[in-house]
Design a protein around this ligand. Structure first.
Ligand code: PLP
Length: 397
């Protein structure tokens, strides 16, 4: 096989590999407590499902415009504009087959080979993969554990900007840490963006997965609307991960190129699914709200138990469905100093399956605390209690 050279630079999402290992362990007759993957075991709201089925029956099974169904684009422009206090029209919206495609399309549109791109680390591994795959230089910035939340290390971010830095990836309401920027952090980032003439990919996949208060967006700050491209997804809010629908939202000049990429890559996103999405945004919200109530219950159950375990400290983020507990003490106690040893031994001994720091980018110099990621979106409270009970026993014995 003569596979193209560029493929050497393509990364992956290793949470899927952890998932496969856990499935293999379960297939051998073992009980698994799945905290590894950010998928939901909750049903798509019935009204959304019915709207999708009706759209299929109504014959929306052919191609639709490359940019998406106009009515959905209009509704999204209004919804996203209102919640971020900016003005968007349908020309600012390109529908996508999921949230993820916005990442590669943003880099294809905005990044030249050799450009430096700042990205969060720990962070969603696809940024690093796509930056490097398309010939950019991925430059990581980190997070600092605070009293109530993880903060972006804005000093590190500022220090790493060079004349070659062109782009910034910001995943506010972050996977994996659950971090949420304070107003001050957003202001600092906006200042850096303006000062260094940067463009920003705002990955807002979890903007609507929050359990109180109001999400903020960098795009709301002065001068940011023209520099930010928002990654939007229906996956999480409406438990639609397998339906594959999302959108890219940003300045028209950028969206026009992204629509051209749609033409080249998939012609259009799945047609009838877009009618389900319209129902999601405009129809009855009872079940969508119930998804949040269910997730919040799971968050509290998980955090409460984790914080009773010797050597584990876990913050309680108000958004996302991820936890990033500090397990430095627990790992020390077990004598397992290596992330992979710890993860594999815990799976073997307790059935609890999770990702670690290693699944979210290459660790940065000077990191001396150890973290794992627990996703509570795919596991019931009774299982959370049983699994973490075993985890606690394993650590403490
Ligand atoms: N961005 C972040 C931060 C995510 O965690 C995910 C999915 O887990 C995505 C983007 C991709 O979302 P989608 O499943 O809609 O493609």
């Amino acid at each position: 096989m003569k596979i193209a050279k560029r493929v050497d630079r393509l990364g992956t999402e290793t949470a899927f590999a952890v998932s496969a290992k856990a499935a293999a362990f379960a297939a051998r007759g073992n009980k698994v407590y799945p905290f590894h993957l950010g998928d939901l075991n909750l049903k798509t709201p019935a009204n959304v499902l019915e709207a999708g089925i009706k759209a299929m029956r109504d014959g929306h099974t052919n191609y639709c415009p490359n940019a998406g169904v106009p009515r959905l684009r209009e509704i999204l422009a209004d919804d996203i504009g209102t919640s971020r206090a900016v003005q968007y029209s349908m020309e600012n919206v390109a529908i996508q087959p999921g949230g993820k495609p916005t990442i590669s399309k943003f880099f294809l549109t905005m990044m030249n080979p050799g450009d430096e791109v700042l990205y969060p680390n720990p962070g969603y591994p696809i940024y690093e993969s796509q930056i490097e795959f398309h010939g950019g230089k991925a430059v990581p910035y980190g997070y600092i554990e605070g009293k109530d939340k993880f903060d972006i290390d804005t000093d590190m971010l500022a220090d790493r900007i060079t004349p070659r830095t062109k782009l910034l990836v910001l995943n506010d309401l972050q996977n994996p840490t659950g971090a949420e920027c304070s107003s001050k952090e957003l202001e600092t980032i906006a200042e850096l963006v303006l000062k260094h003439d940067l463009y920003v990919l705002c990955d807002e996949a979890y903007f609507d997965i929050r359990y109180g208060g109001q999400s903020k967006s960098l795009v709301s700050l002065p001068g940011m609307r023209e520099r930010c491209v928002i990654l939007y997804t229906f996956s999480k809010k409406f438990a639609m991960t397998g339906w594959r629908l999302g959108a890219t939202v940003g300045p028209k000049e950028i969206i026009d190129v992204i629509i051209k990429l749609n033409v080249n890559e998939e012609s259009c996103s799945n047609h009838f699914v877009q009618y389900a999405a319209i129902e999601g945004l405009t129809g009855d919200q009872t079940e969508a709200k119930q998804i949040l109530t269910t997730l919040k219950e799971r968050r509290d159950t998980t955090v409460d138990i984790l914080n009773t375990i010797e050597g584990v400290h876990c913050l309680r983020p108000n958004a996302t469905f991820y936890l990033w507990p500090n397990v430095t003490g627990a790992m020390k106690k077990t004598g397992l100093a290596d992330y992979d040893d710890f993860r594999k031994t815990v799976l073997q001994e307790t059935g609890v399956s999770f990702c670690t720091r290693l699944h979210f980018g290459r660790p940065l110099e000077g990191e001396d605390n150890f973290y794992i990621r627990l996703a509570y979106s795919g596991i019931e409270p009774a299982e959370i209690k049983e699994g973490l009970g075993k985890f606690k026993e394993f650590i403490e014995s």
